[in-house]
Design a protein around this ligand. Structure first.
Ligand code: SAH
Ligand code: SF4
Length: 418
């Protein structure tokens, strides 16, 4: 049984993400999914290959694994016939387990996935005319408890491993039948109408599923490096966006070590309101957050930072809020676009979505200031696939229950400290 690192709730000290390199399997074989090439070479050497062989085999296996999506060693045709059973005895190439796959009437697809140690998480694929976006989860649940977010009410949390993160993208490619057969091009009989310019349905990745990716930094970085590697899944970093609720100390590191587009869940422009709806704001306030955005290494007009803003009726949606948003963006001289997200309600949520007229008025103010402010169309609502609706049934708890538990845990800590 795999070890399950339950993540600590962020408090005075941010949780230190623990990388889990190799997940032990009951049959003793090692799952290679999620491992970088260098690590695969080391493991092959530990299993008995001489260093030169280990290096060569790791290069071949890495290519089959991530570039071609092959899970069966027997299909790795440039590896010798005697070598293949040797590999199959010791290794496997896994995928997250699919519990359920749902299709929305608007084409959105959602998968309920399960880790080998029994934790459920979700991923969503959103096809559009000119692109197809996969919304990837980074954690099971989330420790951050934003008031409008269903995922934030989940109790059980653990970081997903690099294999479980990159495995989502690979599973989506399996499902869409998008592994290159030979070189990186599409077969001639592909239905062109369905394919985008570069021949793919899955063109973009957003780290906007369950969890806070910057609280699982190492694993997200390692997974995305494989996704971005030309020898791996070969998706351009310009097509990948990481969304954070504002883990300020990790933003610079994200630019340096991952370098993908940044989206920031701002959602409010005053301390009071942001403290209420994104409690992490009590720790990292708006000025620190916006300064970190201004310093984001890749921020430029060509690659603007996206500010996500959930539209909550009578909470954060006034004309004054819109004007303050513009002022802040100017004050920090941010190359920004604003993504207005109509609030997606869920059972027991404490907020309502702003009216369409209010959203339009808000958007106009931002737009007239020269900042793009599109309203995101909710997708996949009928299958609970829209933003903030991801939550697995097994772990539903009411807000009151969670608050009671948090209070009890705090009491326990106080007692222990006495
Ligand atoms: N934890 C990260 C990424 C996942 S959430 C983050 O918070 O940025 C992806 C986006 O959906 C965030 O902007 C989040 O605030 C937004 N969201 C969460 N719940 C929502 C809801 N009920 N309706 C609309 N958007 C929501
Ligand atoms: Fe976590 Fe993001 Fe939801 Fe906040 S909005 S609870 S950070 S997943």
């Amino acid at each position: 049984m795999a070890d399950t690192n339950l993540m600590t709730i962020p408090g005075a000290v941010d949780p230190v993400p623990v990388s889990r390199d190799i997940t032990p399997r009951a049959d003793g074989r090692i799952d290679l999914l999620g491992l970088p090439r260098r690590r695969i070479a080391e493991i092959f050497a530990e299993a008995g290959l001489d260093p030169k062989q280990a290096k060569l085999r790791s290069k071949q296996v890495y290519h089959w694994l991530y570039h071609r999506g092959v899970t069966d060693f027997d299909a790795m045709t440039d590896i010798g016939k005697t070598m293949r059973p040797w590999l199959a005895e010791r290794f496997v190439v896994g995928r997250p387990n699919v519990v359920e796959a749902q299709h929305s009437t608007d084409g959105t697809r959602k998968w309920l996935l399960r880790t080998d140690d029994g934790h459920d998480f979700e991923m969503v694929f959103i096809p559009d005319a000119d692109r197809g976006t996969l919304c990837v989860s980074s954690q099971v649940g989330c420790t951050l408890n934003c008031r409008f977010c269903h995922t934030g009410t989940m109790k059980l949390v653990r970081n997903l491993t690099p294999g479980e993160i990159v495995g989502q993208v690979m599973l989506a490619r399996d499902a869409l039948g998008e592994w290159p057969k030979g070189r990186m091009d599409v077969s001639e009989d592909a239905d062109e109408a369905e394919y985008t310019a570069d021949g793919r349905l899955l063109t973009n990745i957003v780290m906007m599923g369950m969890g806070e990716p910057l609280y699982n930094f190492d694993n997200v970085r390692d997974a995305l490096r494989i996704v971005m590697d030309g020898e791996g899944l070969a998706l351009s970093k310009r097509r990948i966006t990481l969304s954070t609720s504002g883990v300020v100390p990790m933003i610079e590191k994200c630019g340096d070590e991952i370098g993908v587009n940044l989206a920031v869940s701002l959602h409010a422009v005053t301390k009071d309101i942001r403290d209420e709806i994104v409690p992490l704001n009590k720790k990292y306030g708006i000025p620190e957050l916006l300064s970190a955005c201004a310093a984001y290494p890749k921020a430029s007009n060509a690659r603007r930072i996206t500010f996500e803003y959930v539209m909550l009726k009578d909470k954060n949606d006034s004309d004054d809020d819109a004007r303050e948003l513009v002022r802040l963006i100017r004050e920090y001289d941010l190359p920004a676009k604003v993504n207005l997200i109509p609030f997606n309600p869920w059972p027991g949520s404490a907020y309502e979505c702003s009216t369409p007229e209010r959203i339009k008025a808000f958007s106009n103010i931002v737009f007239e200031a020269g900042i793009s402010a599109p309203v995101r169309t909710p997708r996949g609502r009928d299958i609970d696939a829209a933003c903030g609706q991801l939550k697995t049934a097994a772990e539903k708890k009411s807000r009151a229950e969670r608050d009671r538990e948090a209070a009890a845990a705090a009491d326990e800590q106080a007692l222990a400290a006495e």
